[in-house]
Each structure stands twice: as structure tokens, then as C-alpha cells.
Design a protein around this ligand. Structure first.
Ligand code: AMP
Length: 236
């Protein structure tokens, strides 16, 4: 399955992506995580990305698309993947379409996580992330770790992202509305969007997401069959 996850910062994309990817046995590919790994390894890409991320702006398309494509070409992504945070604007979505077309594959669904803006701010303020590669996400009130400051999954140190400050979050929300939201219409035109509410318990949102994805994939299979039936009919 090839899925794109969309939603404002704080919608719980990272949390849901980890569970969904596990349920569906596909890799979770987060461009934000890839940039953060580059920052902690102090690579040139990391230095460049940090200057944009700290301001809440998008990293330029050229480097982002190259990095995402590189990751999608890894063997574990051959049969599917769940993209989290990519694409983030229409030109990235077009580049993704071209890359998939070249490989003779297509997206199955775009899962849109909806959450009111005041909830977003609360979620981000309490968000804590594991420093280790697992990148597990916790919240000081909504999903606290068993031991304060320590990741339940791997024992790693939990930290608050630099770009989770109030000012940067405001800018990230603005960037989301102006640059990322238009991809929802772009994908809606392709019949790929399923929107669910991201409010409530993490488990409930995962369940809702799995059900919505099942419905979307069933519907898509049916419309592919109808299309091929009518093409067969056209030949006659
Ligand atoms: P995230 O972890 O998805 O919230 O991303 C954190 C930050 O990384 C964003 O605010 C951007 O600065 C940068 N970033 C992540 N993904 C992308 C992308 N697809 N295009 C451009 N910048 C990105």
C-alpha cells in the first residue's frame, strides 16, 4: 500500500504513522525525521535544513524531493510506504506523481487528519520526542511516558523539538494553510482523499484511520475494475 498522510502540525501524524505503518507492514517515511537525523549527524543537508526548520519554513523542494526519492528507493519500500510530511506542497506532489509513474505504481490513499487549531497548539506545547532513531512521540498530558523524560519503547531521552516553540508553530500553521492544504484538493481530484477526525484517544484514531483506509482501498479496487470493464466494453 502506498499512502500519504496529511494534516496540520500537531495533528498526530507521527504517532499515527508509526502505528499504521506497523499494522500495514510498510515503512514509515517521515521527511521531518530524515531532516532531524541529518541535523543530529551534522551533515551538510542537516545544516541547510535546520536554517529553514528553525524558522518554521519549508526546506527547498530540490533537496527535499531528492532526499525523499532516495528513501523511497530503498528495498524496504518496494511494496509500499507511508509518507508522513511529504509531499508538503503541490510541486512536491507533482514530483511524487512523476516518480511513481516512472516506477509504474500509484498511490492508494491520502489520509487527511483533521484537528481544530486550538487543539493543535495544546498538543504541540506538550509534545516530547525520543532522541533515538525510533522517534517515538509522547505528550506530557495526553500520552505521558511511564517514566518522565524516558521513551517507553527504547529507553531513549525525550526532548522538545526546537521548532515546537509557540512562534515557530504559528509560522508552521501559516505554511500549512498556504502551501500544504492545496495538496488536499490536488489529491481529491484524483479521488484519493479520506478525511478523518484526529480527535480522541490515539488507539481510536488509529482504528478510525484503518477503517477509512480499508474503505478507500475497496472503493478504489472497485472503480479500477469498473474502469477495466468499460475499457473492455469499448473494445467491442
Ligand atoms: P515535521 O516533522 O513533518 O513537522 O517537519 C518539521 C520541519 O521539517 C518542517 O517544518 C519543515 O521545515 C521541514 N520539512 C519536513 N518535511 C518537509 C517537506 N516535505 N518539504 C519541506 N520541508 C519539510
Amino acid at each position: 500500500m502506498r499512502i500519504v498522510l496529511v494534516g496540520p502540525p500537531g495533528a498526530g501524524k507521527g504517532t499515527q504513522a508509526a502505528f499504521l505503518a506497523q499494522n500495514l507492514s510498510i515503512p514509515h517515511i517521515s521527511t521531518g525525521d530524515l531532516f532531524r537525523a541529518n541535523i543530529s549527524q551534522q551533515t551538510e543537508l542537516g545544516k541547510l535544513a535546520k536554517s529553514y526548520m528553525d524558522e518554521g519554513n519549508l526546506v527547498p523542494d530540490e533537496v527535499t524531493i531528492a532526499m525523499a526519492r532516495d528513501r523511497m528507493e530503498q528495498p524496504d519500500a518496494a511494496n509500499g510506504f507511508l509518507l508522513d510530511g511529504f509531499p508538503r506542497n503541490v510541486s512536491q506532489a507533482e514530483a511524487l506523481d512523476q516518480a511513481l509513474k516512472a516506477d509504474g505504481v500509484e498511490l492508494d490513499a491520502v489520509l487527511d487528519l483533521e484537528v481544530p487549531e486550538d487543539e493543535v497548539v495544546k498538543r504541540i506545547a506538550g509534545r516530547r520526542i525520543c532522541r533515538n532513531e525510533s522517534s517515538h512521540v509522547f505528550h506530557v498530558t495526553y500520552s505521558p511516558p511511564k517514566k518522565e523524560g524516558v521513551c517507553d519503547a527504547c529507553g531513549g531521552e525525550l526532548y522538545q523539538r526546537d521548532d515546537d516553540s509557540e512562534e515557530t508553530v504559528r509560522r508552521r500553521l501559516e505554511v500549512y494553510h498556504t502551501q500544504t492544504e492545496p495538496i488536499i484538493d490536488y489529491y481529491r481530484a484524483q479521488g484519493l482523499v479520506v478525511t478523518i477526525s484526529a480527535l480522541g484517544k490515539v488507539d481510536d484514531v488509529t482504528k478510525r484511520a484503518m477503517e477509512a483506509l480499508d474503505r478507500q482501498v475497496e472503493g478504489k479496487d472497485q472503480s479500477d475494475e469498473d474502469k477495466s470493464d468499460s475499457e473492455d466494453g469499448d473494445d467491442k
